[in-house]
Design a binder for this molecule. Sequence first.
Ligand code: SAM
Length: 341
Amino acid sequence: MSTKKQRGLSLDQQAELALPWAIRVAATLRLADFIAGGVTHLEDLASRAQVHPGALGMLLRYLSASGIFTERAPEHFELTHAARMLLDDHPQHLREQLDQEGVGGNMDRVWIGLLDSIRTGQAAYRAIYGCTFWEALSTNASLSAWFHPLMIRLSTEDADALVKSYDWTRVGHIVDVGGGMGSVLAALLHAYPALSGTLIELPETAARAQATFADRGLLERCSIVGKSFFEPLPPGKDIYLLSCVLFNWDDAPAIEILRRCAQAIGPQGRVLILEPLSGQEPIPRPVTAEELLTLVLLGGQIRSLETYANLAHCADLEICSAHRLTSGNTLIECAASAYGI
Ligand SMILES: C[S@@+](CC[C@H](N)C(=O)[O-])C[C@H]1O[C@@H](n2cnc3c(N)ncnc32)[C@H](O)[C@@H]1O
């Protein structure tokens, strides 16, 4: 948790918004790249960035006072170590993240909704953009071009851990519910040639996921179904996998998704929930900026095992086992209450 002492900033300094926005504007205008390319005079910079010279001077001098650029001679600017991080080819890709005309800007503007989200416990994305984040993914090409590769990167460790941490030899067919680009299901099908699977995803993402299975020669063992997981799921399969799905949703929709799985499984079937879990850290538990963003963006939350037990119960499921995987996320196995465990 950040305290005044840890951050070395007083509360009024921490609450100040000018610096984060000024850095974002510099990133959007690619000022660091122009300067690195030898365009150092204010007039030339303004002309390259197509902005007002006087206003740009204010921005650069403000950022220079914060140590981000430096005015080495009147109206000539240089990069500091910090400004080098804003170069387009910097390995951390910070410029792209801060670019107000790209996905970074789309994410940044969501923070305006934090007050509403804290009041309601709900996502604020729709109030700001007129649609949910998931709907935006289907229509905004740059948003989906950023999100899906990020999810593939984030799920790689989960997929590797999941392959090793469950007895897949007893499983015939997996339904990957909200399976994204299919990287987790593809890893399982690849590791276990006797397995077959169904990927349930929103139509736009389902169409993109074809390539994941085609590239690995797995299309024959996988059906890709473009539909919502709030609709009935294919019945009677062995495993219904929810990998990093439920923490994106508030309790009521999370129960609905679980109920769809419960309605589909038979006596031997299992619902596997793979999620980050709270309750494993010291109290008080630190909450990260990513968790707050999940709330504002999606209305989601990281839950404890006890909370999952309650959600499962509301959906006519019971938890049979839970264990933490090497990826850090926890695998929770559930069966339908009607059949007992
Ligand atoms: C955080 S991603 C997880 C993807 C994948 N399970 C993984 O572990 O990489 C959540 C996924 O839920 C999907 N999703 C959101 N709403 C959905 C809906 N109503 N029906 C089906 N999928 C949905 C999104 O498209 C997204 O791919």
